[in-house]
Unconditional design. Structure first.
Ligand SMILES: [Zn+2]
Length: 231
């Protein structure tokens, strides 16, 4: 997640990294898969790149219980509650689409979790200028997949924390950034400023639809992990 005004710079960087390792998964493929498997059709207002994010090509294995931990001394109790609101928001969405993936808050811990299907959330400086948050995926050869979310020290507003966490959890479920998306339409849009969020505090209908599409084609095989490290 980064702030909006560096978007053009981001695009330039992206092009030199061959499209930021975004897989060539189009919304059309997702939609067809969703239709085949009986997921509701795409809500009318969802236009990829305008009001709807696209899928990264990553998803958790069916039935995965993803544990979200907060690194001790990173967040106050009220901040943890604000972060947990976005965990609950995504959980409600996952339940609503019949996904067998469940997020659960594992509480505070002293160190970064090395366990499979864990996400450790901490304070820190996200890499790259003007970033407010960052998610890193670690995919180990023994099959362990774990993630860390780093939240910049400037993000202190509770609503902004919920907004940012909803965005980063969107990545953890396979959504790509959509900095060009209209504000208020998707959790994957850019932040206005450190503490103003992006006006989305729970996954939007379009976010949920794209996640549902990606998980509709669940075959038991895990999609390839995408080597993204932030956004
Ligand atoms: Zn992002």
């Amino acid at each position: 997640m980064m702030r909006q005004f560096l978007y053009s710079l981001f695009v330039a960087a992206c092009l030199s990294l061959s499209l930021c390792a975004r897989p060539a998964i189009t919304a059309t493929i997702g939609i067809n898969a969703a239709i085949r498997t009986g997921v509701a059709t795409m809500p009318k207002q969802c236009k990829p790149g305008k009001t709807s994010p696209e899928a990264l090509g990553w998803r958790w294995r069916p039935g995965t219980l993803v544990r979200v931990y907060y690194l001790r001394n990173s967040f106050s109790e009220t901040e943890r509650e604000a972060l947990t609101r976005s965990v609950n928001g995504w959980n409600n969405a996952l339940r609503g689409i019949g996904s067998s993936v469940v997020l659960t808050v594992g509480g505070e811990r002293d160190g970064v979790s090395q366990n499979n299907a864990s996400i450790t959330v901490m304070r820190g400086i996200p890499r790259g200028r003007e970033r407010v948050g960052e998610i890193k995926y670690y995919s180990l050869s023994n099959g362990v997949v774990r993630m860390t979310v780093t939240i910049g020290p400037a993000v202190t507003d509770l609503s902004a924390l919920t907004s940012l966490m909803t965005h980063e959890l969107g990545h953890s479920l396979g959504l790509a950034d959509c900095y060009e998306c209209r504000r208020g339409t998707t959790a994957m849009a850019a932040f206005r400023s450190d503490n103003r969020g992006n006006d989305v505090y729970e996954p939007s209908e379009c976010d949920i639809f794209v996640v549902a599409s990606a998980y509709a084609s669940e075959t038991g095989a895990q999609a390839n992990i995408v080597p993204i490290e932030q956004r």
